[in-house]
Design a protein around this ligand. Structure first.
Ligand SMILES: [Zn+2]
Length: 281
């Protein structure tokens, strides 16, 4: 159990508003974590006038910093968060123009994956808040576009969406089918315990690592990933789970006999390798 690999599938690092890549990685590593999958944060967390492309470049730098300085393997996930579209519209940019900017960013995300600098496109998807039907149409088109780009790059996608159950999973699975991407490569970030195939329709749920969700998930199987969605923001310390949560949760569940070492290996290594098409150390 000492050498058990442990992956946080969605953890942010933010040197502007939080502790930054090295401090977060050190905390994660000290708690027993070994692999961090890090999506870029939205532009407005970066400070003045950052564009969509620059935030993707930044997360790639953070990942390099971690890999060079901390005994943790970090991977970047790059994309344009759905809230970026809403933000552009609020700034007075037309819906058409905003859609073009988002599309360009997704194209650039794919390029970074093809260059080997990132392992997946994300987080992309739909807002978790109300939006006009015109805006929602654009979100859905962008989501499909991202899935197609991922299909062409042979990579995974991390979805950020409204809170989702079986019905939404079915809709996303249909979009994946339309785009021609393998459904298991479409990861629903911040998921509840929708581990059964009839609940997730072949998509991979990334379970939020509260005790309740993980224990419920384990009752149904091991076909899932684990994440904190840690934001690394000093102003919102309790907004989500802390960076030590996935290692601690995993070890705790093993100690309590709820999770076996073999099943932990499946969740933290086999599933990660299969979804992202990578090999873990
Ligand atoms: Zn996130």
């Amino acid at each position: 159990m000492k050498d058990l690999p442990i992956t946080d599938n969605h953890i942010h690092v933010d040197p502007v508003n939080g502790d930054g890549p090295l401090e977060v990685a050190k905390k994660f590593q000290k708690a027993g974590g070994t692999v961090m999958i890090i999506p870029n944060k939205p532009t407005w967390t970066m400070g003045e006038s950052y564009n969509l492309q620059e935030t993707m470049e930044e997360v790639i730098k953070y990942v390099q910093e971690i890999n060079e300085n901390v005994d943790v393997k970090a991977f970047a996930v790059v994309g344009a968060h759905p809230a970026e579209l809403s933000r552009l519209i609020k700034e007075g940019i037309s819906l058409d123009k905003a859609e073009e900017m988002m599309k360009d960013a997704l194209q650039d995300a794919q390029k970074l994956v093809l260059e080997g600098k990132a392992i997946a496109i994300g987080e992309i998807g739909r807002p978790h808040y109300e939006a006009s039907s015109e805006e929602m149409e654009v979100h859905n088109r962008l989501m499909l576009r991202a899935l197609e780009l991922a299909r062409d790059a042979d990579c995974a996608v991390q979805l950020h969406t409204e809170s989702s159950g079986e019905k939404q999973f079915r809709e996303f699975a249909e979009m994946a089918e339309k785009a021609g991407i393998s459904k298991h490569r479409v990861v629903k970030h911040f998921s509840g315990p929708f581990v059964l195939e009839e609940e997730n329709h072949g998509l991979t749920p990334s379970l939020i690592a509260t005790k309740k969700v993980i224990v419920q998930g384990l009752k149904k199987g091991t076909n899932f990933l684990m994440e904190t969605d840690y934001l690394d923001m000093k102003t919102r310390p309790g907004a989500v789970l802390g960076p030590k949560t996935v290692p601690r949760r995993t070890r705790g569940l093993i100690q309590n006999g709820i999770l076996t070492v073999e099943d932990a290996h499946k969740i933290h290594v086999d599933n990660v390798e299969r979804v992202y098409g990578i090999e873990l150390p």
